[in-house]
Design a protein around this ligand. Structure first.
Ligand SMILES: Nc1nc2c(ncn2[C@@H]2O[C@H](COP(=O)(O)OP(=O)(O)OP(=O)(O)O)[C@@H](O)[C@H]2O)c(=O)[nH]1
Ligand SMILES: [Mg+2]
Length: 460
């Protein structure tokens, strides 16, 4: 890990009110003072109070004004990275921020790698690994609930929970060691208590993974494909869920040719909706391409809404599409156009063809069944019945893999407890502890640290 001075633009590219150039590392205040002139003479940032702002100009090599800026300085260790830091607030044009950064770099500051500020914060003990992962979740949160969960992780919820599990294992380890070292004094090992501690840890890990996976739905979202034969009302459904006229709707079968993807928020879950071309036999080349895209989208989506037209009845065409859908447990059937007088799909027919599936009778035209569909989507992803305020976790893939690896050692210890020598049992417990430690990152290897920060953008 290098400890030189790094700098980057921390605001998104493009025009904005202001842009921020962030600089971190021992000596950065002195470097910025070389290129900054305070408006009020004598207010050099080297003597400025930390955590205050100084107005002034950034000067170029010829001592001409580059931009009028506000400079904030933070002293170590009370900054985001834990190092001495300066933030330059410049005008938010796409050129100004770049020129300010270039000027900063000309003083010998190095352009920061993606995520390097947060990486330094982690290295300097400002946050643990789980908290660093929360930073990226906060930036990427798509709904309020997703954000709330990420904030909980940043506050240290995951770390707190892992700590409880670690305490359990440490107690188990102490029990074991007391027996190894002074077996005459403490007598026989209390296997029941040891087993209880290990089972508690294992079940705690399972709970954490389960709750985390549910929480992840709010973070990652799900995809829902809308499919059916032409003219059943797929695009009408997309528009109704979006509450805007996004897709073209006509009574001509084969209106939609391409995939149309839009995001909506269903009770806090980010949902990617995909409207598809009506699937049918056709000789039209463009439509054929659209149909094969539709089939691909249906394959990949987490949930599929299969539409029928109650007036048109259930035809061979519908049956062929339905048969094509794999994993029927992710299908929601929506029998549309229930407002029409002529009904050619009976309850019996529905019952026969879609036993055990969720079926909604709807009229998209009259906005009947839309709310029910949203509720069923929420329910089907498994969070419908859970009070989201009790959902405290998301787990990153890294955290999940680490938890599972730890679980394996503990399970091994539980199973082999009375058959293996105590020191072997001790090794399993130690290994379990080491894995748990990786969640918060005390025992992290360089490549695991790289993995955490790989997803970050420059400037964070
Ligand atoms: N009566 C009635 N008509 C509807 C309803 N929903 C959609 N329609 C009509 O059905 C026709 C087809 O609707 P679309 O949404 O374009 O159907 P689609 O499934 O996207 O059709 P393609 O893109 O051609 O595959 C339009 O004329 C809609 O106004 C409904 O609930 N009741
Ligand atoms: Mg359409």
């Amino acid at each position: 890990m290098r400890d030189d001075v790094i700098g980057a633009i921390s605001t998104p590219p493009g025009e904005g009110g202001i842009a921020i150039v962030r600089i971190s590392g021992e000596g950065c205040i002195e470097k910025v003072s070389q290129i900054f002139q305070a408006r009020v003479s004598g207010k050099d940032i080297q003597v400025q109070r930390p955590f205050s702002l100084t107005l002034g100009w950034l000067k170029d090599e010829k001592n001409e004004i580059l931009d009028e800026v506000l400079v904030a300085k933070m002293n170590a260790p009370r900054s985001y990275t834990g190092e001495e830091m300066v933030e330059i607030n410049c005008h938010g044009g796409s050129i100004t921020a770049r020129r300010c950064l270039q000027r900063v770099l000309s003083t010998g500051v190095r352009l920061a790698d993606p995520g390097e500020f947060t990486r330094r914060a982690f290295m300097n003990g400002k946050m643990d690994a789980a908290q660093a992962e929360a930073v990226i979740d906060i930036i990427r949160a798509k709904t309020d609930r997703g954000l709330k969960l990420a904030m909980k992780q940043l506050e240290g919820k995951n770390s707190e929970y892992v700590k409880q599990l670690e305490d359990c294992l440490i107690e188990a380890n102490m029990l074991l060691e007391a027996n190894l070292d002074f077996s005459e004094d403490v007598g026989e090992l209390d296997y029941d208590q040891l087993r209880r501690l290990l089972i508690n840890t294992r079940d705690g890990i399972d709970n954490m993974i389960r709750a985390g996976e549910l929480g992840n739905i709010y973070k990652d979202g799900i995809s829902v494909a809308i499919c059916g034969k032409p003219n059943v009302g797929k695009s009408s459904l997309l528009n109704a869920l979006l509450r805007k006229e996004r897709a073209i709707v006509t009574d001509i079968p084969g209106t939609t040719r391409d995939l149309i993807e839009e995001y909506i928020n269903i009770n806090g879950i980010p949902v990617k909706l995909i409207d598809t071309a009506g699937i049918r036999e056709t000789s039209d080349i463009v439509e054929q391409i659209g149909i094969s895209k539709a089939q691909q989208a249906v394959k990949e989506a987490e949930l599929v809404v299969f539409l029928l037209d109650i007036e048109a009845g259930m035809t061979e065409e519908d049956k062929a599409i339905y048969d094509y859908i794999e994993n029927k447990e992710r299908v929601i059937v929506l029998v549309n156009k229930d407002d029409l007088m002529e009904k050619n799909i009976s309850e019996e027919e529905i019952e026969q063809n879609f036993t055990e599936l969720r079926v909604i009778r709807a009229s998209i035209k009259e906005e009947i069944g839309i709310q029910e569909l949203e509720d069923i989507i929420e329910e089907m992803v498994g969070v419908g019945l859970i009070d989201s305020d009790n959902l405290e976790f998301t787990v990153s893939l890294r955290q999940k893999e680490t938890l599972l690896a730890g679980r394996e050692y503990i399970q091994e210890a539980i199973e082999a407890m009375e058959e293996v020598p105590l020191d072997c049992l001790g090794v399993d417990i130690q290994n379990g502890l080491a894995r748990l430690g990786e969640i918060t990152g005390r025992n992290l290897k360089e490549e695991s640290i790289d993995r955490i920060f790989r997803e970050f953008c420059i400037g964070k």
